[in-house]
Design a protein around this ligand. Sequence first.
Ligand code: THU
Length: 156
Amino acid sequence: MTQQFTFSYRLIAAPQDLSAPDQALLTAANAALSRAYAPYSQFQVGASVLLESGLIIEGNNQENIAYPSGLCAERVALFYAGANHPQDPIVKICIVAQGDLMPEGALLSPCGSCRQVMLESEARQKNPIEVLLVQRSGEILVLETVQNLLPFGFSK
Ligand code: THU
């Protein structure tokens, strides 16, 4: 028997087509990106996390000369939220990136470790986290839940 896993996502043509609150979240992600510490990869990533209270947490990639010691933007933001606002559910996360590491038309989407952490954040609060993936073309992919980014994920 063959089974299928499919999911739907929204494709927003450009940042100005986002709602005003989503544009604010994107602005925060871009601000975070501008403060990224990525001297080794020259690939800057910014993540902004909207909490239910309205608070926006910003994170960016933090690299290290001992490469594996660095951390991705998404996890910097999510761990900060978990460390400081554990009772304030995460509503959505917006991710932006810039740099030549990825070829021009490549899809910008979080790494496996960040997906795993996002999945646990979602499971922990028992409410979906919307994911906004900003592409270099200006398009934005909007996913309803982290589960769509990590099908058959390792989760309780
Ligand atoms: N990076 C992120 O911040 N998020 C991801 O999802 C993938 C990769 C960072 C890690 C490293 O600092 C740089 O991008 C190049 O891999």
